[in-house]
Design a protein around this ligand. Structure first.
Ligand code: HEC
Length: 100
């Protein structure tokens, strides 16, 4: 589990690099950010599942900006405030994953 987490983090460096590159900062909407960034860890047993837990949007936004141990922090240049608010709302109101 531990080793797997590390491998996933190394893989995620690619995700982060993509998010930081000039044209990749243009996500279409919050759903796309979730699909292409958050889901990479949060539906792969690297990070805890986020959906269906009614996590407060404010809390989600804070964790994404501050990071927390293996959870990387994202800057506004990577995910801007409006998109982050959308992602947070989406997570807050999402139903539990069907699978699992
Ligand atoms: C590189 C993998 C990775 C990516 C990408 C990632 N996370 Fe995380 N996230 C984690 C891990 C690991 C944790 C658990 C941190 C801890 O508690 O040690 C976490 C924790 C969280 C938490 C706290 C969950 C809880 O149970 O309290 C939230 C909220 C969160 N992430 C939101 C997001 C959002 C939103 C995105 C997309 C913008 C995202 N994360 C992208 C790895 C990731």
């Amino acid at each position: 589990m531990h080793a797997r987490g590390i491998a996933a983090c190394l893989g995620a460096a690619g995700v982060l690099a993509a998010a930081g590159s000039a044209q990749a900062a243009q996500w279409a909407d919050g759903a796309e950010v979730y699909q292409k960034v958050c889901r990479y860890c949060h539906e792969a047993n690297v990070g805890p599942a986020l959906k269906g837990r009614e996590l407060p949007a404010e809390y989600v936004q804070r964790v994404v900006r501050m990071g927390n141990r293996a959870m990387p922090a994202f800057r506004p240049s990577e995910i801007d405030d409006a998109l982050l608010a959308e992602v947070a709302r989406l997570i807050n109101t999402s139903a539990t994953l069907a699978k699992e």
